[in-house]
Design a protein around this ligand. Structure first.
Ligand SMILES: [Zn+2]
Length: 381
């Protein structure tokens, strides 16, 4: 998948990697790469870590020029379907900057994030030690050339975010280069509201949300936001609603029912939408089970807003319709989930339907989409 483009292509590619029920998105630029989340499902039928590392290895094989370096690793929030492979990614690839929402918790999803914070501390201590040693060298040129940059860190709290979002070189870690004159703009639109725990804290609403602009193309990467944070964000950007208006919409929270409202989709008015969730056909036979099937993802109400709601007015079409399984009811509380099969013609893609989804965003605001595994959804388990 997505091996066609040469590194010299002047475009940004968003790789929505199929990690089963979870999320991992690789942003590829002519001059760098950013990974958002290290998700995924892990059970006897599927191991997202193998899938993610395999994908990243193939990617860096193709993009030798990037030297296995991620300019930033962004973790939207510490849930295991987003944090699972943090240690593996930090061990296997070079990471220049870390962005997270500052949440500290020692539960299943929080542990990999704690590992990341410890890694950051140790790494920067080693770099500092090295730099102190170098600074004692006699020759100025030697001193300068041997210095190492510390790993950048940004833990985003919503209180740091102004009416036009948050701009920081730690997240906007990629500049123009000889391959492309375009300087990608990456800004943070949302982060944690920690300290509200006492009111029934839901970590999904603390997701780090990014907006990425590449020339005239734009994407909104919205983590696992739910309706509460969507309402907060709508209010926060009341004076700058254009910041929410983007072409490529990463549908939050795996396309769950409580993660998208008609008004919100209307504000975003996307041309394409991507949902990251597991395939309908993977049935684990445990109860409860952590799968798209059990959660009823993606939910019919969310999908409807993307194909026939007010906000769907600018939606493009898929090159070919796909027969998709759409959740009516998850089995989280009830025993059986309910799905319906439907032909999707609009440009709504989903990792559970399409496998890996790669959207290439061109500077003139046009998009091309490649998927790895069409037509697998229609199969009944
Ligand atoms: Zn999630």
């Amino acid at each position: 998948v997505a091996t066609a483009a040469a590194p010299s292509d002047d475009s940004m590619a968003l790789h929505f990697i199929d990690v089963g029920q979870g999320s991992a998105t690789l942003l590829e630029f002519p001059c760098g790469a950013i990974l958002i989340d290290t998700g995924g499902e892990k059970n006897e039928l599927f191991d997202s870590e193998t899938a993610l590392l395999g994908y990243l290895n193939r990617f860096f094989e193709r993009r030798q020029d990037l030297g296995r370096t991620l300019d930033a690793l962004v973790i939207t929030h510490p849930h295991i379907d987003h944090t699972r492979s943090i240690p593996a990614v930090l061990r296997q690839f070079k990471v220049r900057n870390i962005v997270d929402n500052g949440d500290v918790r020692a539960d299943l999803g929080g542990k990999p994030q704690l590992f990341m914070h410890e890694w950051l501390f140790e790494k920067n201590r080693t770099i500092e030690k090295h730099n102190r040693k170098v600074s004692r060298k006699k020759h100025r040129r030697a001193r300068q050339s041997q210095r190492r940059s510390p790993i950048g860190h940004l833990d985003v709290s919503s209180t740091d975010i102004g009416p036009e979002g948050l701009l920081s070189p730690v997240v906007d870690a990629i500049a123009a280069c000889p391959r492309s004159e375009i300087d990608p703009q990456i800004r943070v639109l949302w982060g944690s509201r920690l300290g509200r725990e006492e009111k029934g804290h839901n970590p999904n609403n603390d997701s780090v949300v990014l907006r990425v602009d590449y020339g005239k193309s734009s994407a909104l990467l919205s983590g696992d936001l739910e309706l509460l944070a969507i309402a907060w964000m709508t209010k926060h950007y009341a004076e700058h609603p254009e910041l929410l208006d983007t072409d490529l919409y990463y549908v939050p929270h795996h396309g769950s029912r409580n993660s998208t409202s008609e008004h919100w989709v209307d504000l975003v008015s996307p041309k394409l939408a991507v949902i990251s969730m597991g395939p309908y056909g993977r049935k684990l036979g445990t109860h409860p089970e952590f799968s798209a099937r059990a959660f009823g993802h993606p939910n019919r109400d969310s999908v409807n807003q993307l194909i026939e709601g007010e906000g769907a007015r600018d939606m493009l079409s898929r090159s070919e319709p796909i027969d998709a399984q759409i959740g009516i009811k998850g089995a989280w509380k009830e025993r059986e989930s309910q799905f319906e099969q439907r032909s999707i013609e609009k440009a709504v893609y989903a990792t559970g339907w399409d496998g890996h989804v790669v959207v290439r965003a061109h500077p003139d605001g046009t998009y091309t989409v490649q998927t790895s595994d069409q037509n697998r959804v229609a199969q009944k388990p």
